[in-house]
Design a protein around this ligand. Sequence first.
Ligand code: CO
Length: 629
Amino acid sequence: MNRIKITDTSLRDAHQSLWATRMSTEDILPILNKLDNTGYHSLEVWGGATFDVCLRYLKEDPWERLRSIRREVKNTKLQMLLRGQSLLGYTHYPDDIVEKFIEKSAENGIDIFRVFDALNDLRNLEVPIKAAKRTGKHVQACVVYTISPVHTLEHFIDTASKLRDMGADSICIKDMAGLLSPYISFELVKALKENIDLPIQLHTHYIGGLAIATHLKAVEAGVDVIDTATVPLAFGSSQPPVETIVRALQDTQWDTGIDLGNLFEIADYFENIRKRKGFERGVTRITDMKVFEHQVPGGMISNLFSQLQEQRSVHRLGEVLKEIPRVRKDLGYPPLVTPTSQIIGIQAVMNVLTGESYKLCPSEVKDYVKGLYGKPPVEISTEIKQKIIGDEEVIAVRPADLLPPAWEKCESEVIKYAHNEEDILSYALFPQVALKYFEYRNNKDNEQKSTRESSKVPQAKRTTDETKRQKNGEGDEEMNFEEIKELILLLDNTSVAELNLQKSDYSLVLRKSAGTTEEPKTVAFLASAETTTKDIDDNEEPITTPYSENCFEVTAPIVGTFYEAPSPEAPAFVQHGDKVENGQILCIVEAMKLMNEIKAEVSGKIVEIAVADGDPVEYGQRLFLIEKE
Ligand code: CO
């Protein structure tokens, strides 16, 4: 008998992949006892996007969630996903914050730390692994799986053996995009088992339907643990269903020993939640399956979709998906997982919208090229580096070596609101979001003091507010199911009438589906949609100086907000009459929550500044006129 062990991801990855991580602690608590008595190896219940979503959208204390889960789960190990030096955020944190966070996570109930670095840059795992080892808990280190010329079997074995030497207690193959195919899975697991004397776990996503076969081949190759989810939270971009795996292995040497009857009781519970809250089933659509071609994970597509929506360019998604592999190659083949998925995605969007590669590079992309996220798997060519960061230097050290300790600073800044050290950590990770939550919590406490029985009112109100906020597709590999639904319909060429997009997208879709960009009716509709979004006092004609051949017009390369200075206190980049050099920064256009520096493409004199600080700008709108030298 060689029982296969199972990790259940229903409360973390699965609901992050399908339900935008929106299950509340209230939804989770009643089923924990059953989950605990199923015979799972571990329950993945924390980390990833759960922390951010608890604070930002659910108005819950993520630490309190962990403690309440721990109180109910007495037999099964609790597991979390940790993004290495980025913890549960999107940039690297100083070592003292990383150490404190891991110590507190263990104290509050985590038994298994699953740690990864998006670039497989092991320097970024040194401090998290050491800190997790110090707690005495199980440290599972990840080999992030992706496909590229450098991500060979040798690379994965080499990475895994270094992770073992760093103290990992087990190795996880992390296939976040569902790219691992069954026979490669067999080879990879076999090679790891032969070369690394540690338990091997496989984490994959169902997406195009490979996952069940991928798991079974891994089992044949000797894998120790595999990840699954309860059936209402399985399939689609989530994990494969536990029921199928349990059945497939029944009466073999790998029998999981898990009782199917128990699993269906759990499934019924989650299916009821799904129906009550209107959550999606995991479904594989043709567009999802195209992951085999473009390799873009589902959560990333939903982020691209909302960025394009903001730019009124949803119809250009296909071009962006084609641009992604090019950008990924240029930037040294990073695996597409948080935060590299956002970095590659936003650059691809910029390249498509501006019509020129690397004309606009958000600061995240520059930081990546400078090495502030770690070393890309392949060195970036001098030409691309020059285009993105000019002559700025690439760092040679571990990125967090450049970050000063931050605990004391955070503590002094938030001491008024913090109830405990966990609160200080929430603030260290997400300062604004945490402050808003503390404020909400204070108000709620005061309300409860004044009216004892009104405690349910804010609860009910919260749900409707939250639905509105869901449009704000921020964070992680997070699936915004509303957006995904729209996207899928769009890509599958479903009747436009079935779509429920914003007016501006709608008109673009109409124009796109009509195969023309000049259909009079829709253009008129677009125009009227735009006027309603602008201020009413628009009767003044925009003043635009006609310009001679000697003048160069600087236009907005994207839809956004114009800023004349890097910050409200700073002086404007340029004034009327200033002499500017080719390549000099003229202004910032904020778009998709990113600050984009707009540079002069000629040398000369500023003879017109066509917009005011803080003005919204449209694509192609004049910003400056420069009289050429
Ligand atoms: Co995953």
